[in-house]
Design a protein around this ligand. Structure first.
Ligand code: GLA
Length: 378
């Protein structure tokens, strides 16, 4: 993708780019809606990615060309206050990132940027976080600023929360910024400590997009977060990370709030167990944990949809005991992640009969865990 993107940059801006950055999407193996509860998650950066081709400019203006939107361009001064631009909605995440970096006091250079991506949108694979982390990485390099990847992740999260309006946690951005090849990342979202966990040799990550579009900004995500915060307040803890089942049961929560909190408390325990299972190469234990996670998202957190439940059930049956499947990402649509021995992946996919709501076959990604965002050397 880089050569055509660099050519589009040269054609569009009339000069050669100074650098190229890649920033991966992520798949979450387990630990959903736990990040903003100060809990644990186990994502991996994957090969689908955002690319940013960039050159500095001296007038404090950011000018962006969206190669996936027919070469459309948008521009704004770095010192402008963030405002969504309905005519260039695709640029809002980029505006949010430059605003978040400026708000942190970083003296950024103006820049010409061309962006393109292979992360499917609305799949729960972090197309927006990868774009923001890619922009942050490119602008830091162009500006000669040594900003740690975790700090770029924090600014991307701040931009999404403060400007785009999704009160997301830190998982997606940290996974994109700090991914490690062939490893999942065990992230403690309170301390933000990231511990790479080697994926067992001979395991394949399959991602199947249900074809049901997802809408994080539509409010359901923020509603879940508000319910979790209400539960934590009722239990008397600062975040559900600090609650256990006995505390929930003693707090006289209403049935819905109890169910939401139960998902978070049990999911945190599953993530810790899953990190151990992966490290031990125990695909049977991992599969059971993924199944329990999906059931908890379906029954307690209520973020799955019937098409995804059916897809997960089918993949679980095809995979059998060694490995498993669950919905991945924020929910209400999007993709399913499955783990299985690499030598059975062909048979699993050959047996899959799931069809998208429009009747066509689903998008399937056969993924490997990749390194986090960085400059592309060639
Ligand atoms: C989205 C958010 C993340 C996380 C997941 C659910 O991807 O951006 O912060 O909350 O949903 O686990």
């Amino acid at each position: 993708m880089t050569a055509p993107l660099a050519r589009q940059f040269a054609d569009g801006f009339g000069m050669s780019p100074a650098l190229v950055v890649r920033a991966p999407g992520r798949v979450n193996l387990i630990g959903e809606h736990t990040d903003y509860n100060d809990g644990f998650v186990l994502p991996a950066a994957i090969s689908v990615e955002s690319r940013v081709v960039a050159a500095p400019r001296g007038d404090g203006v950011i000018r962006v060309m969206a190669c996936d939107f027919g070469g459309a361009t948008a521009q704004w001064p770095l010192d402008a206050t963030y405002a969504a631009d309905p005519a260039h909605g695709w640029a809002d995440y980029i505006r949010a990132m430059t605003a978040a970096m400026s708000a942190r006091g970083h003296a950024l250079t103006g820049a010409d940027l061309a962006v393109s991506g292979t992360v499917p949108q609305g799949a729960g694979l972090s197309s927006s976080a990868s774009l923001m982390v890619g922009i942050g990485t490119a602008l830091a390099a162009l500006s000669g600023l040594a900003i740690a990847p975790a700090d770029i992740a924090l600014m991307a999260q701040a931009g999404e929360c403060d400007h785009v309006g999704v009160r997301c946690g830190i998982m997606d951005q940290l996974a994109s910024a700090c991914g490690v090849r062939d490893h999942a990342l065990m992230i403690d979202c309170r301390s933000r400590a990231v511990r790479p966990v080697a994926l067992p040799k001979g395991v394949e990550i399959l991602i199947v997009h249900s074809g049901v579009a997802r809408g994080l900004v539509e409010g359901a995500y923020n509603d879940r977060r508000a319910q979790c915060e209400a539960a934590a307040a009722a239990v008397g803890v600062s975040a559900l990370r600090d609650a256990d089942m006995a505390m929930l049961e003693g707090a006289r929560l209403d049935a819905v709030t109890l169910a939401r909190a139960r998902h978070v408390v049990t999911e945190n325990a599953r993530v810790l167990a899953a990190a151990e299972a992966l490290a031990a190469g125990d695909l049977v234990a991992m599969g059971a944990l993924m199944a329990a996670s999906h059931a908890s998202m379906r029954d307690d957190f209520r973020i799955t949809v019937p098409a995804i439940d059916a897809l997960v059930t089918e993949l679980q049956a095809l995979i059998g005991l060694e490995g498993g499947a669950r919905m991945t990402g924020g929910g209400f649509g999007g993709a399913v992640v499955a783990l299985c021995p690499a030598d059975s992946a062909d048979a699993v996919l050959a047996g899959l009969t799931y069809r998208k709501p429009d009747g066509s076959p689903p998008l399937v990604l056969r993924e490997t865990a990749c390194d986090g965002a960085g400059l592309v050397m060639s």
